[in-house]
Design a protein around this ligand. Structure first.
Ligand code: FAD
Length: 557
């Protein structure tokens, strides 16, 4: 029997990973990787940092060259070759050599589509003006750098505040540019819940980024000289810019799949099974182009991230090589940094759970990334979402300056293994003072969630508290009890609350009403938890804790 001929369309994350893995599994296969662009396996995730000058050498973005694929993996790499059509019946593809303009038809046994996702270009007037860029490839990066130099660009407008928009904002500020970010939604980083991104919004503004939420761009106009652009917003503003970066999201590249008659999913991505097989048994698809199953909700979704693309490439390769590999679904584990602040998430957000009508409970904790007695400890906020019945972890988001992604990574694995908040309580994690805490932030999140589920504590959240604050503290509304030490109260008093420091609670307990609901708060929700336990054990049944304390309250959008 002759060796299997495997063609791969797309030579970056999913495609390159598939090619390299397949060679490790099958030495005899003939593997050909077609890539439209001039490079394979380049680091798209590093592009913003090259633009900002953090990555100094362009070559450092080239993770593996075509030559390396040839010599190390015996993969026939054809760059500047675009696959234009597939004939699934004949099992052939039509390929254009972009260097010569010639086309050819070639036969495959197995085809893997890894064409990625293309930037969304909303139909705004002036969107095609010179000076308006999207960022996907090294050529896009070269074009942006050239424009910055030629135009001596000082002002940039970024349309879209997802992670690419935010990373670009940080990197253009690094280049001393004045940056405006326009965002349609009332928050940055749409996959996260709004209260978890307010620190990022503050951080951006603190570093001089003119962040305008709920301010979509409505048109782009070119000035008389052609160099200066004006971005109009729906609010009627006209923002001058030397450079416009369009970062409003991506959509799966499905032209080839559509032309070949492959089934698409409800989200518009290529439909695949858990072995990455499309509706044609000889064609696989991986990466940003495919529709995935959300690991938590079970719903079809699009989650364009490098980790899933690489894993899917491996799964497809294993299946092609005859192994019974399966893709588990995508959790959306993601991290984004700006100006030293880190945002990270895994699993479902609260808005996704609500949208899917999935019951949940939540907790907020604020813990230092390492022992507070060791210099440099930084507090991080963790929001944990969990099943109110069995405590299964459904999602987590965190924001802070150090150790944030490490905690989200731990919780990501917990979600993948179906673990509960009780498992987080038990997680045995690294500890020495400069790295963590004997009670790690992940343990702390588990303890608080466990306390809620065991009924040791009742909680209210910042949004409920916000509503009560707007009413006078009459008998009909809960009594809000502040148990912070006097010096903290003096520094940031909360009006309309009764103030008894935790240490004095037992002596003043008789002053508290037994027939009224009491909401206890402190700075981060820990001292108030202790107070809750005192009150509960002294017979107060209607007592609740403000989860995450004033710190969470202040994060409200
Ligand atoms: P791609 O990596 O996009 O590769 C697809 C390739 O297919 C392209 O090179 C394209 O030219 C080629 N192609 C398409 N059609 C054809 C055709 N017909 N013939 C031949 N070739 C074709 N993800 C993260 O998880 N973390 C990050 O920090 C992160 N940062 C990012 C920053 C930027 C600026 C960008 C653009 C993306 C970032 N991503 C990040 C997303 C991540 O890069 C993608 O999820 C991942 O690259 C998807 O892999 P893929 O193989 O599906 O597609």
């Amino acid at each position: 029997m002759s060796a299997k001929r495997v063609f791969i369309v797309g030579g970056v994350a999913g495609g390159a990973s598939c090619a390299a893995r397949l060679r490790r599994m099958d030495e005899s296969a003939e593997i050909v990787m077609f890539e439209r662009g001039p490079d394979v396996s380049f680091a798209n995730c590093g592009l913003p940092y090259y633009l900002g000058g953090v990555i100094e050498q362009r070559d450092d973005l080239l993770v593996a060259s075509p030559e390396r694929f040839r010599t190390v993996f015996n993969v026939d790499v054809r760059v500047r070759h675009e696959v234009r059509a597939i004939d699934p019946g004949a099992k052939t593809i039509n390929v254009a050599d972009l260097a010569t303009g010639s086309t050819s038809t070639e036969s495959y046994d197995v085809l893997v589509l890894a064409p990625g996702a293309e930037p969304v270009r909303p139909p705004l007037p002036g969107i095609d003006s010179p000076g308006v860029f999207t960022l996907r490839s090294l050529e896009d990066t070269d074009a942006i750098l050239a424009a910055i130099t030629q135009r001596e660009a000082r002002r940039a407008v970024i349309i879209g505040a997802g992670y690419i928009g935010l990373e670009m904002a940080e990197n253009l500020v690094r280049r001393q540019m004045s940056v405006t970010v326009l965002e349609l939604l009332p928050q940055v980083m749409a996959p996260m819940d709004p209260e978890m991104v307010t620190p990022a919004q503050e951080e951006l503004r603190h570093h001089g980024v003119d962040l305008r939420l709920q301010t979509p761009a409505s048109a782009i106009e070119m000035g008389p000289g052609g160099d200066v652009l004006t971005v109009q917003t729906t609010a009627g503003e006209h923002l001058p810019a030397d450079l416009v970066i369009l970062a409003v999201g991506v959509k799966p590249e499905v032209h080839l799949a559509e032309q070949a008659g492959l089934a698409l999913g409800t989200t518009g991505g290529i439909k695949v099974d858990d072995q990455m097989r499309t509706s044609d048994p000889h064609i696989f698809a991986v990466g940003d182009a495919v529709e995935v199953r959300d690991f938590v909700t079970g719903q079809p979704t699009l989650i364009p991230l490098a980790g899933p693309a690489n894993r899917q490439g491996r799964v497809a390769a294993d299946v092609i090589a005859g192994r019974d590999a399966r893709f588990r679904g995508t959790q959306g584990t993601a991290v984004c940094g700006m100006f030293g602040l880190t945002l990270a998430m895994t699993g479902a957000s609260e808005k996704v759970l609500r949208r899917n009508d999935i019951a949940y409970q939540k907790s907020y904790t604020h813990s230092p990334d390492h022992a507070s007695y060791y210099p440099g400890a930084e507090q991080m906020a963790i929001k944990l979402l969990f099943d109110p019945g069995d405590g299964r972890v459904l999602g987590a988001q965190a924001v802070g300056r150090a150790g944030v992604e490490k905690r989200i990574d731990v919780i990501a694995m917990a979600i993948q293994k179906g673990a509960t908040v009780f498992d987080l309580e038990e997680a045995e994690l690294c500890y020495a003072p400069q790295y963590g805490n004997a009670k790690d932030p992940v343990n702390m999140a588990g303890f608080v969630a466990g306390n809620i589920l065991r009924g040791d504590i009742d909680v209210v959240h910042w949004d409920q508290w916000q509503q009560v604050q707007h009413h006078p503290a009459d008998e009909q509304t809960p009594l809000v009890l502040d148990v912070r030490p006097p010096e903290n109260v003096a520094a940031a008093a909360v009006p309309g609350t009764m103030k008894i420091p935790l240490g004095k609670l037992r002596e003043h307990i008789a002053e508290l009403p037994r027939d009224r609901e009491i909401w206890v708060h402190c700075g981060i929700g820990q001292a108030s938890y202790y107070a809750n336990r005192v009150l509960r054990q002294c017979g107060f049944q209607r007592v609740k804790n403000l989860s995450g304390g004033i710190t969470s309250f202040k994060m409200q959008p």
